[in-house]
Design a protein around this ligand. Structure first.
Ligand code: FAD
Length: 317
């Protein structure tokens, strides 16, 4: 079933999870271990992230290094198909522009269609690690909006290089990303929202936000979107902080600000356990308020760890 149909039918705030494929070489059981503790809560859908290749430098042992491109977390589509078959749950594979030509994008979409997957989250992706800017493939897409246009074209039966009028249309529900604290590259929030409007006009049926820790920023962002004519559901993305390392890298990586009330307590934490207790408590409070104010769905970023998310969902349900 499509995400948009889940949202339309809902008479309460839904919830969903986002998981990562395991590192290459890891067993599929590591995915079950992450999902099994969450599945009893009956999430409406599960997103599976896509990870493009990275460039690494391998020591060759003779003083030379070799430049190698490798994908550390392959398996997005396989995991989506497995989740559907094993748990009977709707899945949302992420699909990015980076590393894909239009031809390869079309192949990937045909595969999703044949597997009976009804959804896709269309993203640009980031620059390759150690590269300053995002560079599209030759004949690839430079922005998520172009990818959304291609998916929507396929939904109307418009294949690349296909002259026939009778080509079978796909029927994929398209979601897109948004940023209550603006995308790091955007000149300002208004410019970002103007580009977001283009993604919705191109066919994005709902949006999922970057993680945030200050609900006021989400509510302000939703108001700004509505003023700009973006009327689709805007699903808040939540992440309970659980480690000292999180404090060091999440705000920097995702360019999000922590509100004073939370930050002032976090700086006093001396152990992962203290961060986790506080992080879960904060996330529960965020989730409760979002639910009270009728957010369409709460989307939890598990980032490979389900325990804290489980504690939050159990407290909110
Ligand atoms: P875009 O919508 O293309 O926007 C990127 C930047 O370009 C923004 O600053 C925007 O304002 C600007 N812009 C947009 N359209 C135009 C235009 N037409 N002309 C000029 N400027 C424009 N990354 C992954 O690699 N894999 C994942 O699985 C993944 N999942 C994610 C899930 C969510 C919910 C979110 C919020 C992010 C996710 N990301 C993922 C990260 C995402 O790929 C990066 O944030 C990326 O830098 C931007 O992606 P986007 O789709 O928002 O890009």
């Amino acid at each position: 079933m499509k995400v948009i149909d889940h949202l339309r039918k809902a008479d309460r705030t839904l919830f969903s999870f986002e998981i990562l494929p395991p590192l290459k070489g890891k067993d599929i059981r590591s995915i079950y271990e992450g999902i099994d503790p969450l599945i009893e809560f009956g999430p409406s859908f599960i997103n599976v992230t896509y990870h493009r290749e990275e460039v690494i430098y391998k020591e060759k042992g003779n003083g030379l290094t070799q430049r190698v491109r490798l994908r550390k977390r392959p398996g997005t589509v396989g995991i989506c198909a497995m989740l559907k078959a094993k748990y009977g749950i709707d899945t949302v594979p992420h699909l990015i522009c980076g590393g894909f030509s239009q031809e390869e994008t079309e192949d990937a979409l045909i595969e999703l269609n044949f597997l009976g997957i009804d959804n896709v989250l269309a993203l640009r992706g980031d620059a390759i690690k150690n590269e300053a800017h995002f560079t599209p493939e030759r004949d690839g897409h430079a922005h998520a909006v172009d990818l959304i246009r291609q998916i929507n074209g396929l939904n109307r039966g418009k294949y690349l290089h296909e002259e026939e009028q009778e080509a079978a249309p796909t029927d994929l529900c398209v979601g897109a990303a948004c940023y209550p604290e603006k995308h790091p590259e955007a000149l300002n929030l208004n410019v970002d929202v103007a580009y977001l409007k283009q993604k919705v006009d191109a066919g994005a049926e709902y949006l999922v936000t970057q993680m945030f820790f200050d609900n006021a920023k989400y509510f302000h962002f939703v108001d700004l979107c509505r003023e700009a004519g973006i009327m689709v559901p805007i699903i808040p993305g939540l992440k309970p902080l659980t480690t000292l390392k999180h404090i060091a890298f999440l705000p920097k990586t995702f360019r999000v600000d922590l509100p004073d009330a939370f930050a002032n307590e976090l700086v006093k934490c001396r152990s992962d356990l203290e961060v986790k207790r506080l992080g879960i408590e904060w996330c529960i409070a965020q989730a409760k308020e979002l639910r009270e104010r009728n957010a369409p769905c709460l989307h939890f970023y598990t980032m490979g760890r389900s325990e804290a998310v489980r504690a939050v969902v159990a407290a909110v349900l």
